[in-house]
Structures are given as structure tokens and as C-alpha cells.
Design a protein around this ligand. Structure first.
Ligand code: NAD
Ligand code: UDP
Length: 321
């Protein structure tokens, strides 16, 4: 294997920390750049003493100057609640972050992978979603700071490629879950598991009939690396997710059953523009880079439940000291 120096922006976040770990395990040198807006040093605690790992505090809205062989651009909050807590900053991170990594890549001709999102499809009128679908996004709605920021980032990536020959990859990530997703960042899997473990009410937004398709983080990270490493000239955009679709109410029931919790379901208003259904087609990923997800929802949920159980036990032991 050829050892590479890899930059991961957002490397102290949920997906970024797993990606850093996987790249280190493959023998690469990794620089993680993060401003800790939604991530934390604790996510990469296991790597801090590794000779091939470096952690740098930096905001991607400012230019980057790191000498590396390739870049994964993940820096951006992903939880709808956190994105919307500072919407101007979210769009700036998407757009200026893209320009800054691409400017570096233009000068040094290194490949950059963009962590895009299923949110580019908005509240989709086509189901399941293929890469050729252009989406249904409200440009002035509460989710637009993220959705339009990520759409604009795709445009910028494609045009740096076409105009300046920058090697790129665009991956549209669908809902991903697993250990290290912040327990309190409002996303559904971590929220429901924490509520179930604490015996609190499970907060279903709307009637819970809206659907999502959940991918385990290990599967996704394998896909990101496969996409970066493919030498066929395939740049995407490519969907990455697990096409196993489930309604939010079924998800809640599954988590209650796996945790043995007696929490009650309560129904709260559906957030504005909340997509009614979401499911990827992953034919392109299978055909072009031979990637398919392997971890079934139940298996991934059990791993996540163990993780959040540990988080809770740690909090309890710290508060009882
Ligand atoms: P996360 O919030 O855990 O990680 C994002 C990381 O980026 C955090 O460590 C945060 O501190 C950092 N960051 C945010 N703004 C920054 C800035 N301006 N400068 C430097 N660092 C900054 O989220 P995640 O779930 O790990 O998502 C990672 C990437 O994957 C994001 O780009 C997100 O849009 C994309 N994505 C994730 C999902 C998912 O379901 N998890 C779905 C679609 C797309
Ligand atoms: N959701 C919910 N209760 C919660 C958090 C989320 O019912 O406490 C719903 C939310 O309305 C959405 C789905 O779960 O329909 C997924 O939400 P999440 O924020 O995880 O991701 P996204 O909306 O970006 O897919």
C-alpha cells in the first residue's frame, strides 16, 4: 500500500472520527482539521497519541494550507437543530469551506471528496431517490441553510473539476448513525436511544409515518474510502446509504423493544419542511465502486445502544463522585 497524507475536515465529528480511525488503520498519516462546533477531541481520544495522527483547530471558512495528498471534506454540522441554530454560519461553512479546500486542491492537484447529503433532494417527489433526481428544496425554508449550502457546494465542486481539472468525488450521504453521534444533538437515532435508556418519553414528530433509511457508520466509512480510492474516473455524485426504509414510529418501537424500555411515545409538531420519505437507490455505488451496505439496522442499533449505555454509565459515575 502507498502511504498517503490525508486531510479530514470535520475529523473530530461523528463520521469524521470513524473515518480518521479507518485511514490510520490502513497505514495512512491523517491530519484532522476541526473547529469543534459540533465535534470534540473526545471523539478522537483513541488516536491522540498515534504517531500518524495530528489534530488541528481550524475553521474551514478560512483558507487552508496543509501539505497533503488527498482531502475528505466533512466539516459541517449535520443535525438539523444545530444547523439551524446558526443558519448563516452553516451556509458559510458549506460554501466557503468548499471553496477553501478546492483552492488548495487546485494549486496542488490533490483529490477532494465532498460529504454531500440526501438533503440535496429536499422533500422528494421521486421515490426512491436516484442520483439523476434534481430534488425539491424550499430555498427559503428553515432547512435551506444546510440543503442549499450543500447543493451550492456540489456546484462549486463540479465547476472546479470542469474548469480547473481538480480531481473530485461527490458522495450524497443518507441518514447515518452509530457510536459517537452526539447523544443530545437532536438526531433521531441518538435521541430515541437516549430517551429509551433514561425511561423518558420518546418524542415522535408528526404522526411518525415519515420514513428514513438508516446506514451504519462503519458501512458508510468503507464506502467513502472506496469512492476516494476508485481510479476508474468515476467522480459521482453517488448515493451512499442503506436502502432499508423504515417509518419513524417503527424505529421508535424497534428501539423500545431492543432496550426493553417502558418509555411512552408522545407526539409533537412536525418541523417545517421535514421530508416525508427518504430512501436511496444504491445501484450506482454497487456498479461503479462495488459498494453495498452490510450491517442490518437491528445489528447497528444494538451496537449503538451499547455505546449510549456506556455514555450514560460514565455520566452517572462522574456525577456520583
Ligand atoms: P458532526 O456534526 O458530528 O460532524 C461535523 C464536524 O465538522 C464536527 O466535528 C464539527 O465541529 C466540524 N465543523 C463544523 N463546522 C466547521 C467549520 N466551519 N470548520 C471546521 N470544522 C467544522 O456531523 P456528522 O454526522 O459527522 O457529519 C459529517 C459530514 O457528513 C457533514 O458534512 C454532513 O453534512 C455529512 N452528512 C452526514 C449525514 C449523517 O447522517 N450523519 C448525512 C448526510 C451528510
Ligand atoms: N424525529 C422525531 N423525533 C426526534 C427527532 C427526529 O420524530 O426527536 C424525526 C424527524 O422529524 C425526521 C426524522 O426523525 O422526520 C429524522 O430526523 P433527523 O433529525 O435524525 O434527520 P433528518 O430529518 O435530517 O433526516
Amino acid at each position: 500500500m502507498h502511504k498517503k497524507k490525508v486531510l479530514v475536515t470535520g475529523g473530530a465529528g461523528f463520521i469524521g472520527s470513524h473515518l480518521c480511525e479507518a485511514l490510520i488503520n490502513k497505514g495512512h498519516e491523517v491530519i484532522s482539521v476541526d473547529n469543534y462546533f459540533t465535534g470534540s477531541v473526545a471523539n478522537v481520544a483513541g488516536l491522540l497519541n498515534h504517531h500518524n495522527f495530528k489534530l488541528i483547530k481550524h475553521d474551514v471558512v478560512n483558507p487552508l494550507y496543509f501539505e497533503v495528498d488527498e482531502i475528505y471534506n466533512l466539516a459541517c454540522p449535520a443535525s438539523p437543530a444545530l444547523c439551524q441554530s446558526n443558519p448563516v454560519y452553516t451556509t458559510n461553512t458549506c460554501v466557503l469551506g468548499a471553496i477553501n479546500v478546492l483552492e488548495y486542491a487546485r494549486k496542488s492537484k490533490v483529490c477532494v471528496l465532498q460529504a454531500s447529503t440526501s438533503e440535496v433532494y429536499g422533500d422528494p417527489l421521486c421515490h426512491p431517490q436516484r442520483e439523476s433526481y434534481s430534488g425539491n428544496v424550499n430555498p427559503v425554508g428553515p432547512r435551506s441553510c444546510y440543503d442549499e449550502g450543500k447543493r451550492c457546494a456540489e456546484t462549486i465542486f463540479m465547476n472546479y473539476h470542469l474548469q480547473h481539472s481538480v480531481p473530485i468525488r461527490i458522495v450524497r450521504i443518507f441518514n447515518t448513525y452509530g457510536p459517537r453521534m452526539r447523544p443530545n444533538d437532536g438526531r433521531v437515532v441518538s435521541t430515541f436511544i437516549m430517551q429509551a435508556l433514561k425511561g423518558e418519553d420518546i418524542t415522535i414528530y408528526g404522526n411518525g409515518q415519515q420514513t428514513r433509511s438508516f446506514c451504519f457508520v462503519g458501512d458508510l466509512v468503507d464506502g467513502l474510502i472506496k469512492m476516494m480510492e476508485n481510479k476508474s474516473g468515476f467522480i459521482g455524485p453517488v448515493n451512499m446509504g442503506n436502502p432499508c426504509e423504515i417509518s419513524i414510529i417503527e424505529l421508535a418501537e424497534k428501539i423500545l423493544s431492543l432496550t426493553g424500555s417502558r418509555s411512552k411515545l408522545i407526539f409533537l409538531p412536525l418541523p417545517h419542511d421535514d421530508p416525508k420519505k427518504r430512501k436511496p437507490t444504491v445501484d450506482t455505488a454497487r456498479e461503479k465502486i462495488r459498494w453495498t451496505p452490510n450491517i442490518a439496522l437491528e445489528e447497528g442499533l444494538k451496537i449503538s445502544i451499547d455505546y449510549y449505555g456506556q455514555v450514560l454509565r460514565q455520566v452517572t459515575s462522574e456525577t456520583s463522585v
